[in-house]
Design a protein around this ligand. Structure first.
Ligand SMILES: Nc1ncnc2c1ncn2[C@@H]1O[C@H](COP(=O)(O)OP(=O)(O)O)[C@@H](O)[C@H]1O
Ligand SMILES: CC(=O)OP(=O)(O)O
Ligand SMILES: [Mg+2]
Length: 415
């Protein structure tokens, strides 16, 4: 089954093509700077022991133009991996907000699209571009089933005491105002990898996803029981451009004393805050460089970032009533040894015995960065949201196809 996975962002598209049931992608790529001059497509064809990489720089006015170029690469006479877009049987889409409607992976219908659209105000940086990705893919891959995999789905197991806010009940019952949680595909993928690695299905785990967006989850025996993002992907940890937790009184002050309108508040907290607001940079590599050059703001921001994570570790260890493993993942979590060190130091009381040397070693795959015998394991687990999306699409459609085949044969045999 050819499954094309699309992770459509506001100015980028990440994609991978899988021939399920094989877990390794046939090709993958990234379209960046959509809508700006000099858009870049980096396309990689995976050939067993090596990769063939092709980079294109061109002007892509919108996502449709971007995906058309990707199709050209997929069907290219030299490096193509398919001959016709009709060979794609399933397009799996990452959709960030699924509200309470979607606890599982879902085939996209008009009703599903309407629901995703209804959730635009709750995930303004994400759902509009996820939706656009679905519409464009429908035009291009006309033979394919479109499937949505929601960031919120994994967190639907949270108990009510974890997802409700202390505001009048009708705001939940009538308006759906509650915590949903995000990055679920990543938290699910890395926690499952860790459970397998630990060989302990009932392990108590804290997963720490540090990418552009950052969130943590408390995972008990494979189920999410709490997470740091809430109603939208803005609360909790300090992120690239998002503030994370902030006292709502600040918003009243911005509005009442400084005359901000709702859009200005939204832009401030979603796009101009976090590491960007504190340092002028949103990319952790730039912040580390600035810190090395003696930039005090960068140093303070780095401290704030680590401190917030430490607080959530304490909270989630209490929620879980114990801890077997701490998992670091995503761009920053997998690559930034210094942040892992800042977070894990002086946590011996919790049973976290961190190994400074192991932490510095770069390697592929799962690795352990605790001292041998540490009561709590500290693991770096590379995330792979695209592979998890492909797996869930395959499971959904393969199971559906198998049950249709079974029904047909039962009916054909006349029982
Ligand atoms: N070697 C590195 N050291 C520190 N941070 C890194 C490194 N490589 C990548 N990053 C960080 O990872 C971030 C992107 O993470 P990623 O998980 O790809 O995010 P997203 O999927 O949200 O775009 C970058 O903004 C950068 O801050
Ligand atoms: C939900 C979210 O924050 O996603 P990302 O990290 O891709 O921005
Ligand atoms: Mg990501």
């Amino acid at each position: 089954m050819n499954i094309f996975v699309v992770n459509s962002g506001s100015s980028s598209i990440k994609y991978q093509l899988f021939r399920m049931p094989f877990n390794q992608p046939v090709c993958s790529g990234l379209v960046e700077r959509i809508g700006l001059e000099n858009s870049v497509i980096t396309h990689k064809v995976h050939l067993g022991d090596h990769e063939e990489v092709k980079q294109l720089i061109l002007d892509l006015p919108d996502h449709e133009a971007g995906l058309h170029e990707v199709v050209q690469l997929l069907t290219d006479s030299k490096i193509g991996v398919i001959q016709d877009p009709a060979e794609i049987e399933v397009v799996g889409h990452r959709v960030v907000h699924g509200g309470e409607s979607f606890a599982a992976t879902t085939v996209v219908t008009q009703e599903v699209k309407a629901e995703i659209k209804k959730l635009f105000p709750l995930a303004p940086l994400h759902n509009p571009s996820n939706y656009m990705g679905i519409e464009v893919a429908e035009h291009i891959f006309t033979n394919a089933k479109q499937v949505a995999v929601f960031d919120t789905a994994f967190h639907q197991t949270m108990p009510e005491k974890a997802f409700r806010y202390a505001i009048p009940n009708s705001y939940y019952t009538d308006q759906g105002i509650r915590a949903y949680g995000f990055h679920g595909t990543s938290h699910k993928y890395v926690s499952e990898q860790a459970l397998e690695y630990l060989d302990k299905p009932d392990a108590k785990i804290i997963t720490i996803h540090l990418g552009n967006g950052c969130s943590m989850a408390a995972v008990d025996a494979g189920k999410s029981v709490d997470t740091s993002m809430g109603f939208g992907p803005l609360s909790g940890l300090i992120m690239g451009t998002r503030s994370g937790d902030i006292d709502p009184s600040v918003i009243f002050h911005l509005v009442n004393q400084l005359g901000y309108d709702p859009d200005q508040v939204n832009t401030l907290l979603n796009k101009r805050s976090g590491m960007q607001g504190l340092t002028g940079f949103s990319d952790m590599r730039d912040i580390i460089k600035a810190m090395d050059e003696g930039d005090k703001n960068a140093s303070l921001a780095y401290d704030l970032y680590a401190y917030r994570i430490k607080k959530y570790i304490g909270a989630y260890a209490a929620v879980l009533n114990g801890l077997d493993a701490l998992i670091f993942t995503a761009g920053v979590g997998e690559n930034d040894a210094i942040i892992r060190e800042r977070i894990c130091q002086q946590m011996e009381f919790l049973g976290i015995q961190f190994d400074l040397e192991k932490n510095k070693i770069r390697a592929k795959g799962i690795r352990e960065i605790n001292i041998a015998g540490s009561p709590v394991k500290v693991l770096v687990v590379p995330t792979n949201e695209e592979q998890e999306i492909a797996r869930q699409c395959y499971q959904l459609l393969h199971v559906q196809a198998a049950s249709v085949a079974e029904n047909t044969s039962t009916h054909a045999s006349g029982y």
